[in-house]
Design a protein around this ligand. Structure first.
Ligand code: SF4
Ligand code: SF4
Length: 373
């Protein structure tokens, strides 16, 4: 049985957050073992966007976590690796720099990398991760609840992809282009990193064209768990997604990372899905039943070509910054700028949606169906 602790929190108002976060920490049990330990807080800082865009873990949410941890230790590190822009820009725009200064936190080392072995990994037996990992005694993940074009949903399990330094992320997309493999890699990364717990910013989440260009949507909750799969499964149920359709959950259960079955997840007595789930939460632009459909191997390519999603470009919105071309990990690159437009080669595209994640103006969306180009 895994506990998922939930508290109501309607806004990022400091007092309200402080009160709700205090209750979350009280639920988490005796944390005295954290005394004087070095703790790395890993928010989701996908890209340099302002907090109100709901792309990143809110800075005031981070502050509320820090205030509770300071009862145990002052050695608190913060960091993440974004796929776009300089670290300075990232921490400034997302509001994280101000919290680091106000609260005397240490900027974690996401520039250098180290190799870690992962013998228990099903697919990946070693990872190169940010040195910040080695500098910390414990890691606390602070995911943001959002939709995601490739994985459909992003929360606790997916948040740890940020432990891979930015420049290396495309190589993981290339090595594991298929959704099942990519999410197994994420699960393996979780077993390698072993975060102590995840505390999810579900105060304002993101719906629609997530994770970088969807719309902020109030959920009004803070959620925490020592089990990232139980946390993600509960978050999925709240936003109307069947957890058993999400590959990070499916592979997480198979690998023993956590539980998904609602009978194995203990929620607070006051909480009910009837009351707190969001019936009209806008999903990522993809037919969910296409995602976790078991497909016989010989048909995989045909099904992918016929029904798989693909990035679609809104040329009127595009500002030709070419961030999508830079980030595209396929070899050869599937995107190029030609005659003032971005052109895509659908034959080489691996449908990783890195371009969609990184586009600063939301000019790329996953197509609903595939057949037509
Ligand atoms: S599609 Fe987006 S990322 Fe690509 S060039 Fe246009 S604005 Fe930039
Ligand atoms: S075009 Fe976009 S989805 Fe296709 S491989 Fe490049 S980054 Fe990935």
């Amino acid at each position: 049985m895994s506990d998922v602790f939930i508290e109501k929190c309607e806004s990022y108002n400091e007092e309200e957050l402080e009160l709700s976060m205090k209750k979350i920490f009280e639920s988490l049990g005796d944390l005295s073992f954290l005394k004087n330990k070095k703790i790395l807080l890993k928010p989701n800082l996908l890209s340099p966007k302002k907090p109100e865009k709901a792309v990143t873990t809110n800075p005031e949410f981070l502050r509320a976590v820090v205030k509770n941890l300071k009862k145990y230790t002052d050695r608190i590190y913060v960091g993440d690796s974004s796929g776009i822009g300089s670290p300075d820009l990232l921490y400034n725009v997302t509001g994280i720099k101000k919290i680091i200064e106000d609260e005397n936190l240490i900027l974690a080392d996401f520039k250098n990398k180290i190799k870690i072995e992962n013998p228990q990994g099903k697919l990946v037996k070693s990872f190169e991760v940010a040195k910040a990992f080695a500098d910390a005694d414990y890691i606390i993940s602070l995911p943001k609840l959002k939709t995601h074009a490739m994985t459909y949903y992003t929360g606790a399990v997916k948040n740890l992809f940020g432990m891979i330094p930015g420049g290396l992320k495309p190589t993981y997309h290339m090595r594991f282009p298929e959704l099942g493999l990519f999410t197994q890699m994420l699960v393996d990364l979780n077993t390698a990193i072993k975060p102590l717990m995840s505390i999810m910013d579900a105060v304002i989440g993101m719906e629609g064209n997530g994770p970088g260009n969807g719309s902020p949507r109030k959920i009004g909750l803070i959620m925490a768990s020592y089990d990232p799969v139980a946390l993600d499964s509960t978050a999925c149920r709240i936003i109307g997604i069947k957890p058993e359709k999400i590959y990070t959950n499916i592979n997480g259960v198979k690998s023993g990372l956590g539980v998904m079955d609602s009978e194995k997840i203990k929620l607070p007595e006051w909480f009910s899905f009837d009351k707190y789930s969001i019936k009209d939460f806008k999903k990522a632009s993809v037919k969910l039943n296409m995602i976790a459909l078991p497909v016989p191997k010989p048909l995989t390519d045909f099904v992918k070509k016929t029904f798989g999603r693909k990035p679609q470009f809104d040329h009127k919105k595009c500002i030709m910054c070419q961030e999508c071309v830079k980030i595209c990990p396929s070899q050869p690159k599937s995107l190029k700028a030609e005659n003032g437009r971005i052109k895509i080669n659908r034959n080489t595209c691996i449908k990783c949606f890195c371009c969609q994640e990184m586009c600063p103006v939301g000019a790329i969306k996953p197509s609903r169906f595939v057949g037509k180009s």
